[in-house]
Design a protein around this ligand. Structure first.
Ligand SMILES: [Zn+2]
Length: 408
């Protein structure tokens, strides 16, 4: 299977200019090819094949307008055409219902938040004996190696983010020889609204303090930006602060997702989640919280770690009515408004916690062996609606539980 490893890059001045040129060339090639296809579509002509675009690229390098494309590695230009093909494929698959709907490919801009180029094996990039990353027509770039690569990577993507930082993302093939010893617990996971995740054993896990702190910082930076006059130099500075805070939130969130997914994979033999198809939710009120929680990134991590370490991962259809069915007796008693956090099952009398009940149902729908008792708040007793105030008076279990997590 393929895994990605990201490292921070520190290019010097001339390397930064070379990278800027490479980003620019890759973008122009992408946009030129997109225009060719869009023009063909507007004229009612058939879809322009990749081979044809590749030929046109070679020809355009001989014209004075595009001669400067020769200043960068030709591999990144070919990869840019590949990216366009991928964007079209995703778009078409979305139209056919094979995946969540996506917009049509869009033109790239110099002002985009993320610039990237990709070097494949035949580009002749390598890691030098001195530990630098040698990129064709860029030079030997300093890398902060934060962990070992398990094997020689096939491709490297160089990224510049909105905060002006550079990263190298390596794709590495790993063999599934790292299978963890078998264990018995199986768990269903539900995406909570009051917590990040809820497990079918009743554990509720919130995002850690370092992430909440980064989020608070971002909010402050955004407020400060909104007070700056348009076009002022202070606004430019504030915008950079916001971009940096954004990047920190993204990093902190990724770190949290890594820690939590690793812990869950280590402790459970089988894991089930609900396929929320986040894009489908984007139009609902849930959108913000779902996106913020980064659920799909987390689920992706669970999925590849399960494959890598020999665990079972099941995604159940999002049409399973996980919040409508009593996890104790299986009676379906219909949808409940979001503010209803606990209810009493009319059939069996169990008082159920909405989130845990859903997590148990996810596990059951996936055919996992879980006990349903975690979902029961109190058999036969109706608890006060303590969530009405909007605060969460339960102890913050997650922070303590997070200590001592071993990174895989
Ligand atoms: Zn029941």
């Amino acid at each position: 299977m393929q895994l990605r490893y990201g490292f921070r890059l520190y290019p010097n001045g001339s390397q930064r200019s070379a990278l800027a040129r490479a980003f620019g060339c890759a973008r122009v090639v992408f946009n030129d090819a997109l225009r060719v296809r869009e023009d063909a579509r507007a004229a009612g002509l058939p879809f322009v094949a990749s081979g044809e675009l590749s030929k046109q690229l070679t020809a355009s390098k001989k014209t004075p307008e595009r001669a400067w494309l020769g200043e960068v590695s030709s591999v990144i230009l070919q990869q840019s055409l590949r990216d366009l093909d991928t964007a079209y494929r995703n778009f078409f698959d979305g139209l056919k219902g094979k995946r969540p709907r996506m917009g049509a490919p869009r033109f790239k801009s110099r002002k985009d938040n993320r610039q990237s180029i990709r070097f494949t094996a035949n580009a002749g990039w390598k890691v030098t004996p001195g530990g630098k990353l040698r990129l064709p027509k860029v030079g030997d770039v300093r890398v902060k190696w934060s962990r070992m690569l398990p094997s020689t990577p096939s491709t490297v993507t160089v990224i510049k983010d909105a905060a002006g930082r550079y990263f190298a993302s390596f794709v590495v093939e790993t063999d599934p020889s790292e299978v963890l010893p078998e264990t018995t617990p199986e768990v269903g996971i539900d995406l909570g609204l009051s917590h990040f995740v809820i497990l079918s054993d009743g554990t509720k896990i919130d995002s850690p303090r370092f992430l909440r702190r980064a989020e608070k910082k971002l909010k402050k930076a955004q407020q400060s930006l909104s007070r700056k006059a348009k076009g002022s130099s202070n606004r430019g500075k504030a915008r950079l602060v916001v971009a940096r805070a954004h990047a920190q939130v993204a990093d902190a969130r990724r770190e949290f997702h890594h820690q939590l997914s690793t812990k869950l994979i280590r402790e459970n033999q089988a894991i089930a989640v609900e396929d929320l198809a986040v894009k489908g939710l984007a139009r609902t009120k849930l959108a913000k919280s779902v996106h913020d929680a980064g659920w799909s990134q987390f689920v992706t991590m669970l999925e590849y770690k399960a494959a890598r370490y020999g665990r079972t991962f099941v995604k159940i259809s999002r049409f399973e009515p996980t919040s409508q069915v009593c996890s104790q007796c299986g009676v379906k008693d219909g949808p409940k408004p979001l503010h209803v956090r606990t209810w009493e099952c009319k059939a069996c009398g169990a008082v159920l916690d909405r989130d845990i009940n859903a997590a148990v149902n996810v596990a059951k729908a996936a055919g996992l062996a879980v006990t349903a008792c975690g979902a029961r708040v109190r058999p036969g007793l109706v608890p006060a609606q303590r969530d009405e105030t909007g605060t969460h008076p339960k102890p913050r279990r997650s922070t303590a539980r997070q200590a001592g997590i071993v990174l895989l």
